[in-house]
Design a protein around this ligand. Structure first.
Ligand SMILES: Cc1cc2nc3c(=O)[nH]c(=O)nc-3n(C[C@H](O)[C@H](O)[C@H](O)COP(=O)(O)OP(=O)(O)OC[C@H]3O[C@@H](n4cnc5c(N)ncnc54)[C@H](O)[C@@H]3O)c2cc1C
Length: 380
């Protein structure tokens, strides 16, 4: 028997597995894919996440692969910079007062290779159901049953673990899709003065410009009811409107996706825990999905390791409840505010941002919330 089965070898599942394994717990990760996912998704690591990865011994290789971003910018479409926020004001709060720009697909191989021998990852195991038994939880997979004392469902937004539990996923779907384009252009040359991360305000067509080690990414809002092909064919013109290079932008990849804000009713169901996208999803503005999911993984896995060492199960309930509160009060609220504000052209709000940037005290309070440091205070 595996003491703990983690479902899903994404950033959240592998962080949970490593946290447990470093406490001596036997862990098996079941992953439906035949290898780690390589798709382009989250690309920002916030300071508290960097602290947790350092504690797990995996930060150094991530820093080698990533870009350190000490600032980010709010900009006005066509009007240039509104305010630049400098994360160095967090120097007394964290050993890592910066964001690291690096794709999540570069973290997962680092986590995988850090797993000790009493943790294993089985690829090609699709979890289809869970059944409590006298001995623990029977996990039904595409390759037969696996018995576990405890299960952590980290199998993403369409979580089979969550569905098997019959747990709800209440919330809403945003009235626009997001289009992410990766481009082989040097946007620092095309838009002099931009930061590695830029939120560009506009009521009709807000956008985000993000630098990653391999390329720049452009995030644009897109209607929900238009054919994908139409949206992709008008993308070159939309990119030219961002910066006219005198030729079409070199496009590497583009994808459209629907964005939801949802949370499940409980992160603990008996001997089954839910973490990361399996438990909560939000829009990507502010880079909070993967980060808060990694925080879920570290906190829930630590509490579970404590229970396996004799701590009362009520401690695990406290942590599970706290993580759900963080998902609603911090992650959803902040990312939704970010979405609403990108669509406004309120000069008073722009003045507010300029005042924030000019005041280290105000900037510190703002950035503590924006990078989820505040969400980790008063942890049980
Ligand atoms: C385009 C895009 C951009 C994003 N940008 C950001 C960003 O900038 N910052 C940020 O913080 N977040 C961002 N996010 C969100 C972020 O990618 C997710 O929050 C993050 O991937 C969640 O990690 P996870 O491990 O919970 O789930 P996932 O990464 O989805 O991993 C789940 C794993 O479970 C496996 N799995 C699924 N079902 C089963 C099953 N039945 N059996 C076994 N295995 C299964 C999957 O194959 C996968 O490997 C973005 C998301 C998207 C789509």
């Amino acid at each position: 028997m595996s003491a703990v089965v983690v479902v899903g070898a994404g950033p959240v599942g592998l962080t949970a597995a490593l946290t447990l394994a470093r406490r001596g717990v036997h862990v098996t990760v079941l992953e439906q894919g035949d290898k780690l996912a390589t798709e382009s998704r989250a690309s920002t690591f916030h300071p508290p996440t960097l602290e947790m990865l350092a504690e797990l011994g995996v930060l150094k290789p991530l820093l080698v692969r990533g870009i350190i971003a000490s600032t980010f910018q709010y900009r006005e479409r066509g009007g240039g910079e509104i305010a630049t926020l400098d994360l160095s004001v967090l120097a007394e709060d964290t050993a890592y007062p910066f964001r690291v720009q690096c794709e999540q697909s570069r973290l997962t191989p680092i986590l995988l290779s850090a797993l000790p021998s009493h943790a294993s990852v089985r690829f090609g195991y699709r979890v289809e159901g869970l059944y409590p038994s006298e001995e623990g939880v029977i996990v039904h997979t595409s390759r037969g049953p696996v018995l576990a004392d405890w299960v952590i469902g980290a199998d993403g937004a369409h979580s089979a673990v969550r569905r098997t539990l019959g747990a709800g996923f209440d919330g809403s779907t945003y009235p626009e899709r997001f289009l992410v384009a990766s481009v082989a252009e040097d946007l620092e040359a095309a838009l002099p003065g931009i930061a590695p991360i830029n939120y560009v305000f506009d009521p009709d067509e807000w956008l985000v410009l993000l630098r990653t080690p391999a390329h720049w990414r452009v995030l644009l809002p897109t209607p929900t009811d238009t054919p994908d092909d139409d949206e992709l064919s008008r993308l070159p013109d939309r990119l030219t409107a961002v910066a006219d290079l005198g030729r079409p932008w070199r496009l590497l990849h583009a994808s459209l996706y629907q964005v939801h804000q949802r949370v499940t009713e409980s992160f603990r169901h008996g001997r089954v825990l839910l973490a990361g996208d399996a438990a909560h999803v939000n829009n990507p503005l502010g880079g909070m999905g993967m980060n808060s999911g990694i925080h879920d993984a570290v906190h829930l896995a630590t509490a579970l390791a404590d229970v396996l060492s004799g701590a009362p199960e009520s401690d695990l309930d406290t942590v599970a409840t706290r993580r759900r509160t963080v998902a609603i009060d911090h992650v959803q609220r902040t990312s939704h505010d970010n979405w609403q504000r990108l669509r406004t052209q309120d000069p008073a709000y722009h003045d507010h941002l300029r005042a924030l940037a000019a005041s280290p005290t105000a900037a510190r309070a703002y950035l503590r919330r924006a990078c989820l440091l505040d969400s980790l205070e008063n942890q049980p």
